[in-house]
Design a protein around this ligand. Structure first.
Ligand SMILES: NC(=O)c1ccc[n+]([C@@H]2O[C@H](COP(=O)([O-])OP(=O)(O)OC[C@H]3O[C@@H](n4cnc5c(N)ncnc54)[C@H](OP(=O)(O)O)[C@@H]3O)[C@@H](O)[C@H]2O)c1
Length: 398
């Protein structure tokens, strides 16, 4: 279980070396923005992109990492030519082995911000190397939560949740496990919270990625619109904080000011609040167990207005029910759910299927999958591959 009390934290280096897996994404760019603001506190050990070579080159020129990695191997020659051409003297690597190297290098903190199951192997490598891992990539916990937690326990790695909800819980989780009655994850409800169900089914990619409160990458924005994001976070919370499915409640809070809460057995509820700006939870993980100054917006309670709460609508957002069932089933169900969702979201974004079909594809894959346990990385990867195969077939059959 991840727990917050830090009476005697291990000494940390004065200037922390940070590896950013997925530096060209939304979380990666926010991380680098914080590093830019505190050059005396942080240096960059490694940066990784998948295909966005332009931005990787720009970031390498500014932050001068020891290692720059392009995930797509077909871009390796172009990456070498561009980076050397601009005078970059660090190491250049590509593909899965390059991503692994970025996870295990000499960084103090590895920011795991690759999107999807593609982030699992390098994140697991960082965990096995005993790093402090700032974990944004929720999909890797959904795919292989038990394995990641067990390896972290064995290696002494520190897992710091970056997802705003889990970061909030981490900040307000104190005391003994038996004192915690439940975790309450807040959800904005996404862009379609009040849309008629028939209109949601026909929503376009542009409408789905236009989140009312948060600026994020395309995949997680679509997940927020289906509310699968909250389903993935439910599974993430269960693994991170060692809670049962029934002890994690989801409540819709459209203002995204309270980022989540812990309810204790005496009836107390502790909440963490802040502006909806991912730089706040990222800063907490970069500076932990201290805090660092940020330029993020501050809450002004005099003008904030009402904070409202409502139960999630499972009819409108079936993904929440699918994720709860997958967590209850356990074993290969969560990785199959995740893989099917990744395939369905990609198909929606490229115009192959309608928004309303995303959850149907996931449900079909869960109904048909063969089940089984996940006790190794190979098991998780096999379940992921199975989910992808089934989802591609389901998309083709629509
Ligand atoms: N954005 C948020 O506010 C937020 C909040 C909480 C949690 N998260 C989680 O954080 C993770 C990242 O989200 P994001 O919004 O930052 O995503 P994003 O903007 O889409 O960025 C994804 C990053 O991963 C890289 N990438 C994509 N596919 C890859 C592959 N196959 N191999 C290696 N690298 C790959 C991308 O490289 P290229 O740019 O080169 O394609 C990019 O650097 C997700 O798991 C998400 O659920 C995000």
């Amino acid at each position: 279980m991840v727990s917050a009390p830090v009476e005697n934290p291990a000494p940390t280096p004065d200037r922390r070396a940070i590896s950013v897996l997925g530096s060209t994404g939304s979380i990666g760019r926010s991380t680098l923005d914080l590093v830019r603001q505190a050059p005396d506190s942080f240096e960059i050990a490694a940066l990784t992109a998948f295909q966005n070579l332009d931005l990787l080159c720009e970031q390498a020129a500014e932050f001068r990492p020891k290692l720059a990695v392009i995930g797509d191997e077909t871009l390796f020659e172009a990456a070498k030519s561009r980076l050397r051409g601009q005078g970059f003297t660090g190491e250049i690597a590509a593909g899965p082995s390059g991503l692994l190297e970025a996870g295990v290098g000499d960084a103090h903190t590895v920011v795991a911000a690759i999107v999807g199951a593609a982030g699992l192997a390098p994140t697991l490598a960082a965990v096995e190397a005993g790093k402090t891992v700032a974990l944004a990539n929720k999909e890797c916990l959904v795919c292989a939560g038990d394995i990641l937690i067990e390896r972290a326990t064995r290696s002494g790695a520190t897992l710091l949740p970056t997802d705003s909800e889990h970061n909030a819980i981490f900040q307000v989780l104190y005391g003994r496990k038996q004192d915690v009655e439940k975790l309450i994850l807040t959800a904005s409800g996404g862009p379609f919270r009040n849309w008629p169900v028939a209109d949601i089914a026909k929503a376009t990619p542009a409408q789905a990625v236009a989140h009312p409160n948060w600026s994020m990458g395309a995949k997680i924005s679509v997940d927020s619109a289906t509310m699968m994001n909250k389903g993935l976070e439910l599974i993430e919370a269960a693994y991170l904080f060692d809670m049962t499915e029934s002890a994690v409640e989801i409540v819709v809070h459209p203002q995204s000011i309270i980022h989540s809460m812990v309810q204790y057995r005496d009836g107390s509820v502790l909440a963490q609040m802040g502006a909806p700006d991912m730089r706040i939870p990222i800063a907490y993980t970069l500076a932990w167990p201290d805090r660092m100054a940020t330029t993020s917006p501050r809450l002004d309670f005099a003008t904030l207005g009402a904070l409202t709460f409502e139960a999630p609508d499972l009819h409108r957002f079936p993904a929440l029910r699918l994720a709860r069932n997958a967590l209850k089933t356990g074993g290969t169900a969560p990785p199959v759910l995740n893989a099917a969702n990744e395939v369905a979201v990609a198909a929606f974004l490229d115009g192959s299927i309608a928004f309303g079909a995303i959850s149907r594809v996931v449900e079909t894959c869960l109904d048909n999958h063969s089940g089984g346990g996940v006790s190794s990385l190979d098991d998780a990867l096999a379940a992921d591959a199975d989910g992808r195969r089934r989802a591609l077939a389901a998309v083709a059959a629509l």
